[in-house]
Design a protein around this ligand. Structure first.
Ligand code: 13P
Length: 268
């Protein structure tokens, strides 16, 4: 078991990476790590995440209440968003929030990342929906994000940025890198006349590979009911594709429909 000081150092290291990669400007972004059900480490509010040292890192409980913070440091203003992810996703041990340029541009334009354009993005992420706009630091963002948590490990935040979460700090950060890389490729291919999307069959084969690898986390390959019924999977059912060129709300409809079907299957 890695000790707390080591985890604080790892948070500082990931802070440097997101800052140096231009995924955050100035004091933007925040990172947290779950120690156990009642203790979480998080970055402080209002500091550059690229220049943190371990004594900057705060400790909070499951309600975001401060357990330990050195003088001059208070937990991230977005701690409620992090806590909602931990509450609703017991498999998650780390949450990363950043404002990467390309992913955030899609979040501002209201275009979810749904076009299947390269195998790694399809396998790692499937689709990346956009959670409705919420005022930072309020319950609005946790509420908006909540409905996507059971189906995705990455969400864009409308007019704001991106949120990723996983079973470890490194994996949560890697998801952020994957989201940004996917967004960048999608943007560039649109500039070059539009991407040639993978076919339904190609997507389905990638989903099958993901299932065979037994990759952890939530992903459309594992939840799409069409897929379970042996029909076309979520990524190629047609709705996601069309959502890419329409508004975020049509993507919301797709998610709402999937949620309804999942709940119906569970008999709720
Ligand atoms: P904090 O410094 O309070 O974590 O806020 C940064 C941010 O990006 C808010 O969205």
């Amino acid at each position: 078991m890695v000790n707390e000081f080591e985890i604080k150092k790892q948070i500082c290291d990931i802070g440097k990476r997101i800052y140096n990669q231009g995924m955050v400007a100035a004091n933007d972004g925040n990172i947290s790590v779950k120690l156990n059900d009642h203790e979480f480490l998080c970055t402080p509010t209002g500091v550059s995440k690229g220049f943190m040292t371990p004594e900057f890192i705060c400790k909070v409980d499951e309600n975001g209440k401060v357990l330990q913070a050195n003088a001059g440091f208070k937990p991230s203003s977005e701690i409620k968003m992090h806590m909602r992810v931990y509450k609703e996703r017991p498999d998650v041990n780390s949450v990363v929030h950043a404002h990467p340029i390309y992913a955030t541009s899609f979040a501002i334009a209201g275009i979810p990342l749904t076009q299947p354009i390269m195998p790694e993005a399809v396998i790692a992420l499937g689709c990346v929906p956009i959670a409705e706009y919420g005022t930072p630091s309020t319950e609005e963002i946790p509420d908006a994000v909540s409905k996507y948590l059971q189906y995705f490990d990455a969400v864009l935040l409308a007019n704001h940025g991106a949120l990723t979460y996983s079973d470890s700090l490194l994996n949560a950060y890697h998801k952020m890198e994957s989201v940004e890389f996917y967004a960048k490729l999608l943007f560039n291919s649109k500039m070059l006349g539009g991407p040639k999307e993978l076919s339904n069959e190609q997507v389905e084969r990638l989903y099958e590979i993901r299932r065979q690898f037994g990759l952890k986390g939530k992903h459309p390959a594992n939840v799409c009911l069409n897929n379970k019924n042996g029909e076309k999977s979520c990524h190629n059912c047609g709705n996601c594709h069309s959502a890419a060129s329409s508004s975020a709300s049509s993507q919301d409809d797709v998610i709402a429909e999937i949620t309804k079907k999942v709940l119906a299957q569970l008999g709720k």
